[in-house]
Structures are given as structure tokens and as C-alpha cells.
Design a protein around this ligand. Structure first.
Ligand code: AMP
Length: 436
């Protein structure tokens, strides 16, 4: 399949593209880029992806286009999404609402805790998309309110959580009532044997696509976040480089034009720094990189694009001069240090208001609070105060079983049935060592 970079490349309808534009999404996430073309081609699909990877849009977007032709008959839904919890089911329903706003599809949400009468009324009018938790769906089916024989698409979302919650027998019962000629999509973060068995039983010659679990940062990296005034960023960076024991470092900027300005500033301060970004001629990039690798250049001031694929061992520090706008870039950036069992340090400079949402997005995908260091004293010439490292956000709240599962979760299959070792997408050909 040719490379997918934009939503337009995916073959989605103009109405769906319009809704995506309004949602403000710039490009498909890796799971979307991989899954959507297969789903639009009516293939069965196993998607190995967790919440946070954009998997919900990965199935709702193509389903909206698939279901845009045809009409639902009373009590005969045309598609079914099974989700393990009410909250997840509600999120899926919101996705259909958001991405399907320029289509005329009807949907119903069947979850426990809602009045059954209302849900039955909606079903009577005919629904294109039925989103349900397994228990409530079976309740309604047993009352004869539902006819499942017109089902064209079935999605089993978060199959491993379904397993944890004891829903597998319910799912088997539900699927046994569906017509055999249908498209089935199964999403799961992990692939325990029971879930594997489900895929073998209910999916027909499925494609498998997989993305890395939402980023985890290496425990070998000591992370710091410093809130600074935007006008202080250059001075803050110079002060940090001076006080940290920097052997060599990547310094990441979001914009190319800032790279040259920052390089000049650092050179004036007496540091050996050179630029690395996509507009430089290849020869220059190769020479700069060679110097950096040899240790003749201490600081490489770069953009994400230029740094992708660079494997330099023994990098002591990573500085995020700018907080990245895409949270997964953060993990990629800091993963330049702390490689191959070595330790490393990262510093990120954030500006209040501008960067709040980007910091929050990073904390969401890494499931980790970024340790804040107060560097105001350093800017006046003293040492910064650092808070303790790696406060996990909700580990204490997780059940032991769930914690164990998270710990075991690692990238598994590649797409298209190559089962010859883990293949992580979303990081180009440069997989951070902690994901290998
Ligand atoms: P999910 O993994 O489906 O729970 O999605 C995680 C979050 O990513 C949701 O808040 C979505 O709105 C958001 N999202 C999904 N696709 C994209 C995209 N292509 N670009 C930016 N955000 C997205």
C-alpha cells in the first residue's frame, strides 16, 4: 500500500473529510493510516492499539462511509459496536456524532443505567449504528426488541478489557446471532489467548495492524519540565547547559527559523552548536552529524524531521527548547538519550498558556506527570530545585491484574501477517530502544 500522509489519501468521502477538518485534525494517526484503507475495502481487521492512539476514529470514520448508502429498517440495526463500559460506548457514540455530522446516519446507544423504554423507541425507528455494552444488548435481544440479522459491520472494541470484565461468553452469544456474511473489526491493546481465539473464530482472513502502545518513556531518562517566560527561553537554555554536566545534546525547536537564531545565540555564548533541519543540503547535514557523532560538536539544534532516524549513542541530554505540538514527538525526542541501558537527562522549557495544552497531552499519552523544576534561581545564578521523578498518574488506582497487564503490554505484530518480531509504527525507522 502506498504511503498515507493525509486524510485525503485514505479514500474517505468529502463529507467525512469536512467533519475531520472541523475537528481540527491535521493528519491520520498511525492506526488510522493503517486501518482505514483495509476497512474501506471491506476486510476484516484486527487492530492492536490502545486508547489514546486514535483508534476510535480509526473505525468510526470508514464505518460512516460504508453505512452512508442504504437504510436501516425498524429494529434491524445495520452495524454494532460492542464496548466494555458505558463510558467507552458513550465516547464511541460521540465520535459517530462528530465525524458523521454531514451524513444522515441514525445511531442508538444501549448501555445499562439508561431507561430501556427510550432505547427501545429509538430501535423501533431503525438505526444504522448500534453502540452497546454486551449485557444490555443481550437483555434487549432476549425481549425480542432487536433483530440482528441485517448486521453488516461488527466492531468489538477493547477486546482484552472485555475479557478482564468477563464478557467473552456474552460476546460469543451475540456474535452467534449475527449473519455470517459481515465485516468484523476487533480492537485490543494486548492479545491474550482468549482474545486470539475470538479472532480465529469470528474473523475471516483478517488483516492485522498494530501500533506501539501509547508512549512510555524510558526509566533511564530523568525528565525535567521548567516553566519559563517566553522572553527568557534562550537564557534559560544557556544557563541549563552550563549547570548540567552536558557531554552532548539534542536541542529541539518546533520551527526552522528558530533553529538558526538559537544556534547563533549559543555560539555567541561560547558553545559549540550547529543546526540540523530539512532545508539544509544533505552534504551539510551529513558533515554536521559526523562531527556530532565523533564528539567534535556538542550541541545539535534540530527539528523533529531532521532528528528522525538519527541514532547517536551516548547522548547525555535532550533539551526541548519548544514543547512539541504532537505528544508522541516528545517521547521520540527524549528517547534520543537514555538509550541502550545508559542514563540520560531531558529538560523541557514550557511557556504558560501557550504550552499548557501540549504539556497536558504529553502527560496523557505517557500517563506520567512531568516533574517540574523551578529554575528561577538558576536564571539568577543558583541551582534549580527539582521534584521527585516519575510520579505515575494512576498506577495506585489500577487493579493488580491491570497493572500486571500494562507491564506486559508490548508491541506485538506487524501489519499484514509478518510475525517476525516487533514492528512499531509511528517512529519512522527509528524505534526508541525501550520499545524494541
Ligand atoms: P482514541 O484513541 O480513539 O481514544 O482517541 C484519542 C484522542 O485522539 C481523542 O480525543 C480523539 O479526538 C483524538 N484524535 C483522534 N484522531 C486524531 C487525529 N488524527 N489527530 C488528532 N487527534 C486525534
Amino acid at each position: 500500500m502506498s504511503e498515507i500522509n493525509t486524510f485525503e489519501d485514505l479514500g474517505l468521502s468529502a463529507e467525512t473529510l469536512r467533519a475531520l477538518k472541523e475537528a481540527g485534525y491535521e493528519k491520520p494517526t498511525p492506526i488510522q493510516a493503517q486501518a482505514i484503507p483495509h476497512i474501506l475495502m471491506a476486510r476484516d481487521l484486527v487492530g492492536l492499539a490502545q486508547t489514546g492512539t486514535g483508534k476510535t476514529a480509526g473505525f468510526t470514520l470508514p464505518m460512516i462511509d460504508i453505512l452512508s448508502t442504504g437504510r436501516a429498517r425498524a429494529r434491524m440495526p445495520r452495524s454494532l459496536v460492542l464496548a466494555p463500559t458505558r463510558e467507552l460506548a458513550a465516547q464511541v457514540a460521540e465520535s459517530f456524532e462528530k465525524y458523521g455530522q454531514y451524513h444522515n446516519l441514525s445511531k442508538a446507544l444501549l448501555v445499562g443505567g439508561e431507561a430501556m423504554g427510550d432505547q427501545m423507541k429509538i430501535l423501533d425507528q431503525g438505526v444504522d449504528v448500534l453502540i452497546a455494552t454486551p449485557g444490555r444488548l443481550l437483555d434487549l435481544f432476549d425481549r425480542g426488541t432487536l433483530i440482528l440479522s441485517d448486521m453488516k459491520v461488527l466492531v468489538i472494541d477493547e477486546a482484552d478489557r472485555m475479557l478482564d470484565m468477563g464478557f467473552i461468553p456474552d460476546i460469543e452469544k451475540i456474535v452467534s446471532k449475527l449473519p455470517p456474511f459481515r465485516q468484523t473489526l476487533l480492537f485490543s491493546a494486548t492479545m491474550p489467548d482468549e482474545v486470539k481465539r475470538l479472532t480465529e473464530k469470528f474473523l475471516s482472513n483478517p488483516r492485522t495492524v498494530s501500533v506501539a502502545p501509547p508512549a512510555t518513556t524510558s526509566k533511564n531518562i530523568t525528565q525535567h519540565l521548567a516553566w519559563v517566560d517566553s522572553r527568557q527561553k534562550m537564557d534559560a537554555l544557556a544557563a541549563l547547559i552550563k549547570q548540567e554536566n552536558v557531554t552532548n545534546a539534542f536541542i529541539f525547536c518546533n520551527r526552522k527559523r528558530d533553529i538558526s537564531a538559537l544556534c547563533s545565540f549559543l555560539n555567541k555564548k561560547g558553545f559549540s552548536a550547529e543546526a540540523m533541519h530539512g532545508d539544509l543540503v544533505q552534504k551539510q547535514r551529513t558533515e554536521t552529524l559526523a562531527k556530532f557523532k565523533k564528539g567534535d560538536l556538542k550541541l545539535l539544534v534540530c527539528s523533529d524531521v531532521a532528528a528522525r532516524g538519527l541514532d547517536v549513542s551516548n547522548v547525555s541530554h535532550v533539551f526541548n527548547y519548544d514543547i512539541p505540538m504532537h505528544a508522541d514527538d516528545y517521547v521520540h525526542r527524549i528517547g534520543r538519550t537514555g538509550r541502550a541501558g545508559k542514563t540520560g537527562v531531558s529538560w523541557s522549557l514550557a511557556v504558560k498558556k501557550t504550552d499548557d495544552k501540549f504539556v497536558a497531552a504529553i502527560e496523557k499519552i505517557t500517563n506520567e506527570k512531568l516533574p517540574v523544576s523551578d529554575i528561577s534561581a538558576l536564571l539568577k545564578g543558583d541551582k534549580p530545585k527539582a521534584k521527585p521523578q516519575h510520579e505515575k498518574r494512576d498506577d495506585k488506582e489500577k487493579s493488580p491484574a491491570r497493572r500486571e497487564k500494562t507491564a506486559q503490554a508490548k508491541p506485538r505484530y506487524n501489519n499484514d501477517h509478518h510475525d517476525d518480531g516487533p514492528d512499531v509504527v509511528g517512529f519512522g525507522d527509528d524505534i526508541p530502544s525501550f520499545m524494541r
